[in-house]
Write a protein that binds this ligand. Structure first.
Ligand SMILES: Nc1ncnc2c1ncn2[C@@H]1O[C@H](COP(=O)(O)OP(=O)(O)OP(=O)(O)O)[C@@H](O)[C@H]1O
Ligand SMILES: [Mg+2]
Length: 452
């Protein structure tokens, strides 16, 4: 940490400081403190998305490669706003304000822009608030909450961000969850894992559904000598011992493999023995922490209904992927409950900005045009009701492509496909048995996670 006098910097910043004053008096010293000297940062970095520039980009220099003179391959982006907070202010990044939402959207777009493909982090700040975001391929997630800057916490905020920047986690942890049963959580988890693995990604799957163990059973796995419940109870046991390999070998000799932490027979009892599971819902997340640098994706399958196992799984995740069915209003209402109620509840407990919901998708049915019309009417009603009664905007989670200029109501859909449901009898994920199934899940990956 540098010896920057943050008390002085904050005291000298006018309450209505413009963007350029915030940039020179706050963001420049901030970048210094984060370890980027003035040759390692570039103002008005062209993102490659039309003429759009982000206020700062930064990365470490290497021998003869000076970022300021050859600004390419940025590591960190910073979007700066003016500081005005007094009445009549136009810029205020407080949580849930329109400016906050707009600025958050802006940094997300910049992080996904063509010349920012190497950027792993984005900061938004106006010297009143600051928030760090992390990019994992196509997914941008908060890496801190939107923090209110005070003289008393600024040093901690900066050292926290610096620590994250120095050790970015490799994996994106995804929990596949809907509070409604039978919507395809397990099927999606297995086939996503298989498709990611076929694309060359390193994948770990966790079966945290102890009653059904569908995922473990459908891959033909047995519980090992060291089980997930052993590791949850005994903090001295390494979770790596509970990992089992799953592999499919094709006739041509090619192999596709991923790792699995199977469910086990003692797992179910754990939700009742609260004293032996330290920190309750946080325990699974702590257990998986050492693995976040070993994998590209960690996928967690869990039961429906909001209980210890689903709470722990959502608590462990960066993002929640929510399967629904277009012909089940309950699945759509339960998805709303997850987005509006359960995820914010977990977000509050975690205090690090996550997890966040990805837009819902339809799973496993053939959809006709009249059905689309009917489900869109139901979704419209749901969005309006939740907005009116709870002041919560479901639109980005149900119709993510909808905007003022384009009233697009598309929801991504995985078709119903017999081979997907039958594959359980072969102990091989459908995506590894059948090219059409593979293509369906490949599309899901391209829609939500990465360009495979
Ligand atoms: N795309 C699909 N095409 C055909 N069948 C599917 C598809 N997705 C899921 N299914 C079938 O639907 C049924 C329910 O799926 P699955 O077990 O994955 O749901 P779940 O949400 O995990 O259920 P639970 O809440 O019981 O854990 C299974 O029989 C599965 O094979
Ligand atoms: Mg299941």
């Amino acid at each position: 940490m540098t010896n920057t006098d943050w008390s002085r910097i904050l005291a000298y910043l006018p309450p209505n400081a413009t963007e350029s004053i915030v940039s020179s008096q706050f963001v420049e010293p901030l970048l210094d403190a984060l370890g980027f000297n003035d040759l390692e940062r570039h103002p008005q970095f062209k993102t490659g998305d039309g003429a759009k520039s982000v206020d700062f980009a930064a990365r470490e220099n290497s021998d003869g490669d000076i970022f300021l003179s050859s600004p390419n391959n940025p590591y960190l982006l910073v979007e700066v706003k003016g500081r005005a907070i007094a009445s009549g202010a136009t810029i205020n990044l407080a949580e849930d304000t329109p400016h906050y939402k707009k600025t958050k959207h802006q940094i997300q777009q910049y992080l996904l822009a063509p010349k920012c493909k190497t950027a792993q982090w984005g900061i938004i700040t106006n010297a009143n608030h600051i928030q760090l975001f992390r990019r994992h391929e196509k997914v941008v997630v908060p890496a801190t909450p939107n923090l209110l800057i005070k003289e008393s916490n600024i040093n901690n905020i900066i050292s926290g961000i610096k620590t994250l920047l120095e050790k970015p986690p490799k994996a994106l942890t995804v929990c596949i969850y809907n509070n409604k049963g039978g919507v395809g959580k397990t099927t999606t988890t297995i086939n996503l894992a298989a498709t990611f693995a076929k694309l060359g990604k390193k994948v770990l799957v966790v079966d945290f559904d102890p009653q059904q163990k569908d995922l473990t059973n459908s891959l033909g796995l047995q519980e090992g000598i060291v089980t997930l419940s052993n590791c949850l109870i005994n903090p001295t046991l390494s979770v790596r011992k509970a990992i089992q390999p799953f592999q499919v070998q094709y006739k041509c000799g090619n192999k596709v493999k991923f790792d699995v932490i199977p469910s086990d027979s003692n797992l179910d009892a754990l939700s009742h023995i609260t004293t032996s599971i330290q920190k309750r819902a946080a325990r699974l997340r702590d257990l998986l922490k050492p693995l976040v640098n070993d994998y590209d994706y960690i996928l967690i399958d869990c039961p429906a209904n909001w209980m210890f196992f689903s709470q722990s799984s959502v608590y462990s995740a960066d993002v929640i992927l929510i399967p629904t069915k277009h012909n089940s209003l309950t699945s759509l209402e339960n998805a709303a409950k997850v987005i509006k109620h359960f995820i914010p509840q977990v977000k509050n407990q975690r205090g690090d900005g996550g997890p966040v919901a990805l837009p819902i998708f339809f799973n496993g049915e053939k959809i006709t045009d009249p059905q689309i019309e009917a489900v869109n009417t139901a979704i419209y009603k749901l969005i309006i009701t939740i907005k009116r009664t709870k002041n919560f905007d479901l639109l980005p989670y149900y119709w993510p492509k909808y905007c003022t200029g384009d009233k697009n109501q598309t929801i991504f859909s995985i078709p119903g496909y017999a081979i997907v449901s039958n594959s359980v009898f072969y102990r091989v994920p459908a995506a590894l048995k059948d090219i059409t199934a593979y293509k369906y899940y490949h599309k899901l990956i391209e829609e939500y996670f990465c360009h495979g």
